[in-house]
Design a protein around this ligand. Structure first.
Ligand code: MG
Length: 199
């Protein structure tokens, strides 16, 4: 099912944060270097169980540790993904409800709220406790960068959009809109750019 969001009715849009609104990978790479002395590249992180060479830790463990130990440094230092703030604004302007659906621990939500405000990302709510299966959340469409979440949303009868990342697998997200940028994602969901006069 493809959803068009450029016309009514009002929908509830579930938006992921990491890898969808903000680019968490550079900070994570910096943290892994500081903690383990290992220099990773973005392309190496092809799954969240990726083991850090020479350690018994995987990248998912390190991600949770960074949020636990240095939440402000880790989360506030992330850059927004190009077009993310504009996308959330457009969704709000179309009359949709924007619910933030992240698997970050609930204790870190005030920091996420601060980040969203600092980067002008409008939202109606940060969902407190997001179940492993995001398909269980109330909403009409999930936009996320992790194929498992998108697959769960589709299985629950929602529409979905998947951002391509080294760790995401579009092959299991058959009916989802698959995009590399917010510009493409929103064009697929019905945003039409106004014609300009070239100025
Ligand atoms: Mg994500």
């Amino acid at each position: 099912m493809t959803l068009r969001l450029n016309r009514g009715p009002s929908r509830t849009v579930l938006l992921d944060v990491d890898g969808t609104l903000c680019d968490n990978t550079p900070r994570l790479i910096e943290y892994v270097k500081a903690e383990c002395g290992v220099a990773l590249t973005r392309e190496q992180i092809t799954e969240w169980s990726f083991s850090i060479p020479g350690t018994e830790l995987d990248i998912g463990d390190l991600l949770h540790r960074a949020i636990d130990e240095r939440p402000e440094w880790f989360l506030l230092g992330m850059e927004p993904i190009d077009g993310a703030a504009e996308a959330a604004r457009w969704l709000s302007q179309q009359g949709h409800t924007v619910r933030i659906a992240t698997h970050r621990p609930a204790e870190s939500h005030p920091i996420t709220a601060q980040w969203l405000d600092e980067h002008d990302v409008p939202h109606d709510e940060i969902i407190d406790d997001v179940p492993r299966n995001k398909g269980r959340l109330a909403g009409d469409i999930l936009i996320d960068d992790y194929h498992v979440n998108v697959k769960n949303a589709l299985a629950a009868g929602k529409a979905a959009g998947l951002f391509v990342q080294p760790y995401s697998d579009p092959a299991v997200c058959g009916e989802a809109v698959v995009a590399e940028t917010w510009s493409t994602m929103l064009a697929e969901l019905g945003r039409i750019h106004p014609v300009t006069n070239g100025d």
